[in-house]
Design a protein around this ligand. Structure first.
Ligand SMILES: [Mg+2]
Length: 227
């Protein structure tokens, strides 16, 4: 029986892509006005996210260093001059990114429609930023448990210890928890290896679900799935 629900954050509750796309486009427009590849920048930046975040998650560098490396890689790809102060340049992007934080229209109502269940967030970002995002979208009263690898012994999704640690933080066994998220490996097949239940939130409606896993295209369908 499901007694708790863990939500992924970026791409699930908060529209990270829209905020990041707008922020990196605005950043390049300011840094290099009239750049001919401006339209490609969101895709390039998205492609750099995973590999550079993985360096930090693996303990190879600090979170600030992966940000510097990521911005440097973007500048190299676009053949633009690297900012003299990469930290200040990243801060310019981050400020715009923060201003763009918004919940998906279906998120708050769906989360608040699950009374009686232990609720939390399991996400791979930094603890401070992810807590700030949950506050920004007004779900900090409902989702008091925000868990990242930083508070789970350095274990990020899809490490099995991330899921077992998150279930324990809710006071539950993995089998009693349902994880809802948009990433197949991190949110759907990953938790299943620990006995945790999972559902794929396929917001774009692009692909069939991995065999044996439920798929929803909107969080509005979550309460029905649980009933
Ligand atoms: Mg996600």
């Amino acid at each position: 029986m499901i007694k708790g629900v863990l939500f992924d954050l970026d791409g699930t509750l908060l529209d990270h892509r829209a905020a990041a796309d707008a922020a990196i486009t605005a950043w390049l427009s300011a840094h290099c006005p009239g750049h001919p590849r401006l339209a490609e920048v969101p895709g390039l930046w998205e492609g750099l996210e995973g590999p550079y975040l993985a360096m930090w998650q693996a303990g190879e560098c600090s979170v600030d260093e992966q940000r510097r490396r990521r911005l440097r890689a973007l500048c190299r790809e676009l053949l633009v001059e690297e900012p003299a102060d990469l930290d200040a340049a990243y801060a310019g992007f981050a400020e715009r990114y923060r201003r763009g934080w918004a919940a998906y229209p279906d998120a708050c109502e769906a989360v608040e429609a699950l009374p009686g269940l232990a609720l939390g967030v399991l996400t791979n970002g930094t603890q401070r930023m992810q807590e700030a995002k949950v506050r920004a979208i007004g779900l900090d009263g409902t989702l008091r448990t925000v868990l990242t690898g930083e508070v789970l012994g350095g274990h990020f999704k899809p490490s099995p210890a991330a899921y077992t640690g998150a279930a324990a933080a809710l006071g539950l066994a993995p089998e009693e928890v349902l994880l809802v998220g948009d990433d197949v490996a991190k949110d759907v097949t990953g938790p299943a290896a620990t006995g945790m239940r999972s559902v794929w939130l396929d917001r774009l409606g692009l692909e069939p679900a991995p065999p044996g896993f439920p798929r929803i295209t909107t969080l509005t369908d979550l309460p029905r799935l649980l009933s």
